[in-house]
Design a binder for this molecule. Structure first.
Ligand SMILES: NC(=O)c1ccc[n+]([C@@H]2O[C@H](COP(=O)([O-])OP(=O)(O)OC[C@H]3O[C@@H](n4cnc5c(N)ncnc54)[C@H](O)[C@@H]3O)[C@@H](O)[C@H]2O)c1
Ligand SMILES: *[C@@H]1O[C@H](CO)[C@@H](O)[C@H](O)[C@H]1NC(C)=O
Ligand SMILES: *[C@@H]1O[C@H](CO)[C@@H](O)[C@H](O)[C@H]1NC(C)=O
Ligand SMILES: *[C@@H]1O[C@H](CO)[C@@H](O)[C@H](O)[C@H]1NC(C)=O
Ligand SMILES: *[C@@H]1O[C@H](CO)[C@@H](O)[C@H](O)[C@H]1NC(C)=O
Ligand SMILES: *[C@@H]1O[C@H](CO)[C@@H](O)[C@H](O)[C@H]1NC(C)=O
Length: 367
């Protein structure tokens, strides 16, 4: 009680001393900002390849506040190619019909300049599907040409400090291409999605132990977003004890678990005759939300980031690491013990990425 009285008399004295109206104004501004959330300007979010199946699920999640929180309004910039104009416009109509209070506006366009202008978050889902007769070199050139063009538009028209996540495969190498073609965007601002793999690993551990997924912590996906990725539980815990002690089946963890997570994408395709879309969209929201708002205390997450040489991963590769995020920045978790088995698997997936980077380098030099 006396605290409240002191505060009141302080406010009163303050009013007298500082002149009634100015101080009253300041008091109300301060009072109101503590009560109601100040109305923040909307943030522009780009989704490329928006007419595709990930874009369909993702744009709705973004409109529901899953990307930047329930008090942040957004303007969606949806980009796709000319041949996808009709479904792209259809998506816009459906978003309007969803009557989402956080969704201030929707811009559906096939013009990369318009799509990139003023965006603070760029989610790169656009990609060219692989056809049976294509050689890897040709596909790299097609993917490369998309990512070099988009890099140029982002560099020129996006907000300074824009955060980029590449989803389209080969996600790690597309991120490297984007970064090299947009040298003025800080390397730390360009990432690729491995959160889906991370979430798959959490899901498998939780299912095995029959516990809620949020009490499973600190699993890691190392490397490429492909079947050579290494899902690592050695530093993880479940319900406060190590995952290895909780599961007590090293054979399952070292073999079946690893291959379930590595092959999960293929299992989804087999079941749906379509690749994962809902879970991919959901993990994009997790990736960006944790990056912008911070990882929950006591947890790390996996993100594909451009290597600074940590854990002996060649510098400049876009490689999935364990990271924590705070104040809009991410940092690789340092100092984890890596045993010989893990080392081997981490090196195998790094070699795959180096090979792919050489292919990308050849393409970039041919420009
Ligand atoms: N990293 C991951 O975890 C992860 C998970 C799932 C899927 N993916 C990848 O995400 C990508 C998209 O998947 P999807 O299922 O939505 O595919 P999709 O084929 O349904 O959609 C891709 C969209 O990209 C568009 N596109 C092609 N070139 C473009 C360009 N130059 N500019 C703008 N848009 C362009 C296409 O028109 C299409 O609408 C694929 O490459 C897929 O392999 C990655
Ligand atoms: C190019 O992109 C497509 C689809 O986005 C992907 O399936 C293919 O594997 C990519 N190319 C290479 C060289 O991996
Ligand atoms: C991205 O870029 C801006 C400056 O251009 C910076 O403020 C921001 O922290 C950067 N880093 C990350 C990791 O997002
Ligand atoms: C790395 O992973 C991507 C995504 O799954 C895949 O397209 C690519 O072929 C992989 N790289 C190599 C060299 O196998
Ligand atoms: C699976 O998808 C392919 C390519 O989109 C299609 O040609 C085929 O008919 C589909 N198969 C089934 C069983 O639906
Ligand atoms: C999980 O990671 C976070 C972030 O690095 C750390 O603070 C926490 O101690 C870790 N938990 C365990 C059980 O190792």
């Amino acid at each position: 009680m006396s605290g409240t009285n002191n505060a009141r008399s302080f406010q009163f004295a303050h009013l007298l001393a500082a002149g009634a109206f100015g101080a009253l104004g300041a008091f109300f501004t301060c009072y109101l900002s503590k009560r109601a959330q100040p109305v923040r300007p909307p943030i522009r979010v780009l989704i490329t390849g928006a007419a595709g199946q990930i874009g369909y699920a993702l744009s709705s999640l973004v409109g529901h506040g899953e990307l930047l929180g329930k008090s942040q309004r957004v303007i969606l910039h949806l980009l796709d190619v000319e041949t996808a104009t009709e479904p792209l416009n259809g998506l816009k109509l459906e978003l309007i019909d969803s009557a989402l209070p956080l969704l201030t506006d929707v811009i559906a366009t096939t013009n990369p300049t318009e799509a990139c202008t003023g965006v603070s978050i760029a989610i790169m889902v656009g990609g060219f599907p692989r056809k049976a007769h294509m050689e890897r070199k040709d596909i790299m050139a097609m993917n490369g040409s998309i990512y070099s063009k988009h890099a140029y538009a982002l560099e020129k028209y996006a907000c300074k400090g824009c955060k980029v996540v590449v989803v389209a495969n080969p996600a790690n190498t597309n991120a490297v291409i984007l970064s090299q073609c947009a040298p003025s965007i800080p390397r730390k601002n360009i990432t690729c999605l491995t959160r889906l793999d991370h979430n798959r690993a959490l899901g498998q551990v939780a299912a095995k132990l029959n516990i809620p997924v949020n009490v499973v912590k600190n699993v890691t996906i190392w490397g490429n977003h492909s079947s050579t990725q290494y899902p690592d539980v050695n530093h993880g815990c479940a319900n406060g004890i190590t995952i290895r002690n909780a599961i007590r089946d090293d054979n399952w963890l070292d073999n079946e678990f690893v291959s379930i997570v590595q092959q999960r994408g293929a299992a989804i395709i087999k079941a749906r005759n379509l690749s994962s879309a809902l879970s991919a969209a959901s993990s994009v929201c997790d990736h960006i939300r944790d990056w912008v708002l911070g990882t929950p205390p006591g947890h790390w997450v996996s993100m594909g980031v451009i290597s600074d040489g940590s854990y002996g991963v060649p510098e400049g590769l876009c490689y999935s690491f364990p990271v924590t995020c705070k104040d809009g920045d991410w940092n690789i978790v340092q100092g984890l013990d890596i045993d010989a088995r893990s080392r081997q698997k981490m090196d195998d997936t790094a070699r795959e990425l180096e090979e792919e980077r050489r292919l990308a380098q050849d393409y970039l030099q041919s420009l």
